[in-house]
Design a protein around this ligand. Structure first.
Ligand code: NAP
Length: 473
């Protein structure tokens, strides 16, 4: 894939970049390794000051970087501004909480004694240079939620961003540099995915995190496994959105629209499969379809736009194939299932109409695959057991949304949903203080919160023999 900014709203190529050659890549990997030798010895206070400065700069740059993101991948401008603000918030959160999250852990005294020690603790040390392979859909957020905890833990980062967001990728390197992080602490490598294998096999790179598709995750995990290197994988999702009769159905419907079309429908944690109890299904289907039909599809730079173009021409073609396959095999399109008809200015971009499909069966690809665009699938279920069965009938297990006020039902969903999260009476959203990640083919490991910062740490056991005259280190 060429490294280029191509505006999805009109297909125009605005800027192209040459991939880094082997010599420049080598220089940067060496700079990262050198930076780690120093950065690992700095304290939380120093790192925290640098990260707080980065957050301040990001707030100042909010409008400019939001426009860059919208130009590169088509998200509505207001959503791009919100993403930048969220990144600044996460930086501040890690700047203020990292020391607490990585504080030494002290086992109970009786257990220390039982382990034959006078004193024992777990101490968290950084792993080294971490390679981050990142996607375009939240081009700032995906990187910051890796970089903020990594840098606070004393690691350093090498970013291989998606090839269609090079300007956002370069902005991130510049941001951390301007904030005062020493040379080599955070660098962007403008390289294609073909360069990832040799980076993963480089002994100076300690571990990798990948957010992206299942094939990319499988490839990175296989190579890292061969090198016995730690990975965190945040892959695709096809999150269920269950609505039970006790729910506030009107609110569930309004939220369902946002949960499906946020980021032009290209979010891993977007609700994609709407599993609705038969008692409320007809009302849900009718109102949800009306709201989806009423959304404004258009130029993502316009404040009035609800849904912009898909980020790539290939992405739209993939989505069209999924929908066409379902309709050909008997699904009912309650709305959409096509590109928007004229005006001409929309025909140049990679737009797709918000779509609602009913009567979907397991014979259709969309039942099992991720629809990465504004396409919702509706299922009618008889009861709680069938709701859980349909929700879990997916290779993915990222998050899940459940609308019910019944506490017994809530306990069942918490016990039985095969997912990394269960969000009740609202939609899934990431927050710096809450762990984020999935099970099954949605990947493994966690980002955010204490879980995220500890993924790339060496939990070091410190043990002192129980001789009376031994001191503490
Ligand atoms: P993608 O094609 O997998 O690309 C993601 C990143 O991986 C890009 O930097 C890409 O580089 C690189 N890449 C692709 N194939 C690779 C390979 N074989 N080896 C090494 N690197 C490779 O995914 P995408 O289309 O950008 O993103 C959409 C997918 O990401 C969706 O499935 C979505 O659900 C998932 N996602 C998951 C999360 C989560 O937190 N779980 C969050 C966001 C997105 P190039 O651009 O150079 O190809």
């Amino acid at each position: 894939m060429a490294i280029a900014t191509v505006n999805p709203a009109n297909g125009e190529t605005l800027k192209t970049f040459d991939a880094l050659g082997p010599e420049e890549t080598e220089r940067r990997v060496a700079a990262a390794a050198a930076a780690f030798r120093h950065h690992r010895t700095t304290g939380f206070a120093e790192r925290s000051q640098l990260l707080l400065r980065a957050a301040e700069l990001l707030d100042d740059d909010c409008d400019d970087i939001a426009r860059t993101m919208t130009t590169e991948m088509g998200k509505p401008l207001a959503a791009a501004r919100a993403e930048a603000a969220k990144c600044a918030k996460a930086m501040r959160w890690y700047a203020r909480n990292a020391e607490r999250l990585l504080a030494d852990e002290h086992p109970p005294e009786a257990e220390v004694k039982d382990a034959g020690a006078s004193y024992a603790r777990v101490h968290y040390r950084p792993l080294g240079v971490i390679l981050a392979v990142m996607p375009w859909n939240f081009p700032l957020w995906q990187v910051v939620r890796f970089a903020a905890p990594a840098l606070m833990a004393g690691n350093v980062g090498l970013l291989k961003h998606a090839s269609n967001v090079p300007q956002t990728a370069l902005y991130l390197e510049d941001l951390f540099r301007r904030a005062g992080f020493p040379e080599g602490c955070f660098q962007t490598l403008l390289v294609g995915s073909d360069a990832v294998e040799s980076l993963l096999r480089d002994p100076r790179i300690a571990a990798a995190t990948l957010t992206g598709s299942e094939p990319a995750g499988r490839s990175v995990a296989a190579i890292a496994g061969d090198e016995v290197k730690k990975t965190v994988l945040e892959l695709g999702g096809s999150d269920p959105y269950v609505v039970m009769p006790s729910a506030d159905v009107a609110r569930a419907i309004r939220t369902a629209v946002t949960a499906r079309v946020q980021n032009n429908g290209q979010s891993c944690i977007a609700a994609k499969r709407f599993i609705v109890h038969a008692d409320v299904y007809d009302a849900f289907a009718e109102r949800f379809t009306a709201l989806m039909t009423g959304l404004t599809v258009g130029d993502p730079m316009e404040e009035s736009t609800d849904v912009g173009p898909l980020a790539t021409e290939r992405g739209r073609a993939d989505l069209e194939e999924l929908v066409d396959d379902a309709v050909r095999r008997g699904a009912t399109a309650l709305c959409g299932a096509r590109r928007p008809p004229a005006p001409a200015d929309l025909s140049r971009g990679w737009y797709y109409e918000p779509t609602v499909l009913a009567d979907v069966t397991p014979a259709m690809r969309i039942h099992h695959e991720e629809a990465f665009g504004p396409v919702a699938v509706l299922y009618r279920v008889r009861d709680l057991d069938e709701a859980i069965e349909v929700a879990n009938d997916s290779p993915f297990g990222l998050s899940s949304n459940v609308w019910t006020r019944d506490e017994d039902e809530q306990r069942r969903f918490v016990r039985d949903m095969e997912a990394g999260g269960v969000f009740f009476n609202g939609m899934t959203a990431s927050h710096p203080a809450l762990p984020f990640g999935g099970v099954k083919r949605s990947g493994y490991g966690r980002e955010l919160a204490g879980h995220g910062i500890r993924e790339f740490c060496n939990a070091t056991t410190v043990w002192h023999a129980a001789e009376p005259d031994r001191g503490r280190s």
